[in-house]
Design a protein around this ligand. Structure first.
Ligand SMILES: *Cc1c(COP(=O)(O)O)cnc(C)c1O
Length: 419
């Protein structure tokens, strides 16, 4: 095997990559551009445009209201695909609906309702902003305590700190599986056990892990989960999210938004709200049907590639990125802050540098799409479905050349509205 600092080493990994063919299954509009932001917005699957075209002209244009016979099952049909193929859940435990933020609110509120005698929600201070805001709002509305555990922005949550925060007043523990900034990954089984030991429910946010690392919801005893579909699942901007509720909990949990799509006999238009006993009770209003076709296309592609193979390739891509960064970027002041154990990280890596925002802008200008997260963090997300090892290699070479030249200093130091 040749030295990993030689391009032919990366080329060799591509030659041996069982997923290499999947690059042709997504749209690559500019072959010169290296796209390392699949953790923020996944690429467009090649079949999605035609599927949406058929849905628009056929199912909607020709089928009109009659198409609801099929559409009414879509949220749970696509949910089953995601649950059984990508999340290690059973059929009937996952549905597609709303946004991740709204699903988090619904499930966290349902968990509080299941434990009326308990007044505490536990999360961590490095959780994704929308999660922290939604939980803070819910705690204020319910007169509950939001207990926020300190978590290292690079290394992630320490299980002793989590353990110390959980007692018998805790109704719910809710955390992100993979940290959005550093990529640090928590152990679902171990963290879940800490919560269950005190009788609390657990709610995972899988937005940065679904489709990129192995998620075994049933095997790890998960209670509840949410996650988004426009990152590794390639469902497109604003595509509806998914929610998971373990089957034995469903009938006992009540979500706070009593919409007709959660009703047991929806078209009887009954006087009172009587939620369906199944996962359907977590639906609210008329779902985003067209966008859910795109969720289905993306999830099918990820299922075909196989989560275990994607996880293995994600670990190999980030390992190569870390090795090259240690060799070439560390001497230039760009420090890898993501955990080095592949079992403790997701499919992206993060580099710290005081001028990270300027470097990020210059890098995008040079044809390598990465992104910036405050403070001083540059994220590289080589989504395993369609990123080649040579893309990682070439990106790090360009990054080295850029930072060594100092050209990034010409870029604005003030971040724009979207970073
Ligand atoms: C991307 C992401 C979200 C997004 O939530 P939306 O409601 O879709 O805006 C939520 N949580 C985490 C952890 C994320 O990474």
């Amino acid at each position: 095997m040749s030295d990993h600092t030689e391009r032919r080493y990366a080329q060799g990994l591509d030659d041996a990559d069982v997923l290499a063919g999947f690059r042709d299954r997504v749209v690559i509009a500019d072959p010169e551009q290296i796209y390392l932001d699949g953790n923020s917005l996944g690429r467009l699957p090649a079949t999605t445009a035609t599927r949406l075209q058929a849905a628009v002209t056929g199912d909607w244009g020709r089928g009109l209201v009659g198409s609801w016979q099929g559409w009414v099952e879509q949220a749970t049909r696509v949910g089953d695909l995601i649950g059984t193929e990508l999340l290690g859940a059973a059929a009937g435990e996952v549905a597609v609906s709303d946004s991740t933020s709204v699903n988090l609110y619904k499930l966290a509120a349902a968990a509080l309702g299941a434990h009326p005698d308990r007044r505490v929600i536990v999360t961590d201070d490095d959780n994704f902003p929308t999660d922290r805001y939604v939980l803070a709002g819910l705690a204020e509305q319910r007169g509950c305590e939001l207990r926020v555990v300190h978590s290292d922005i690079d290394g992630g949550l320490d299980s002793d700190d989590l353990s110390a925060a959980i007692d018998d007043d805790v109704a719910l523990v809710t955390l992100s599986h993979v940290a959005y900034r550093s990529g640090a990954r928590i152990d679902l089984a171990a963290c879940g056990e800490l919560a269950h030991a005190h009788g609390a429910l657990v709610l995972w946010d899988l937005s940065h892990s679904a489709g990129s690392v192995s998620v075994e919801l049933s095997a790890t005893g998960a209670d509840l989960a949410v996650g988004c579909t426009y990152k590794y699942l390639c469902a497109g901007p604003g595509a509806p999210a998914f929610l998971y509720v373990r089957s034995d909990l469903q009938a006992a949990l009540r979500q706070p938004i009593w919409g007709w799509f959660g009703q047991s006999a929806q078209f009887e238009m009954g006087a009172g709200y009587d939620p369906h006993p199944s996962i359907r009770r977590f639906g609210v209003g008329t779902p985003s049907v067209l966008a859910t076709y795109a969720v289905e296309e993306g999830a099918r592609l990820i299922a075909e590639a196989g989560v275990d193979r994607l996880a293995a390739k994600g670990a190999a891509l980030t390992t190569l990125a870390i090795e090259l960064a240690d060799e070439w970027l560390a001497p230039l002041g760009l420090r890898v802050v993501t955990p080095r154990d592949p079992g403790r990280r997701g499919a992206h890596i993060t580099l710290q540098h005081p001028a990270a925002w300027q470097i990020c802008q210059a890098l995008v200008h040079d044809g390598v799409v990465a992104d910036y997260r405050t403070p001083q963090r540059l994220r590289l997300g080589p989504a395993p479905l369609y990123t080649r090892f040579v893309d990682v290699y070439d990106a790090i070479v360009r990054l080295r050349e850029l930072v060594a030249s100092g050209r990034h200093a010409r870029y604005d130091a003030e971040p724009t509205r979207v970073t």
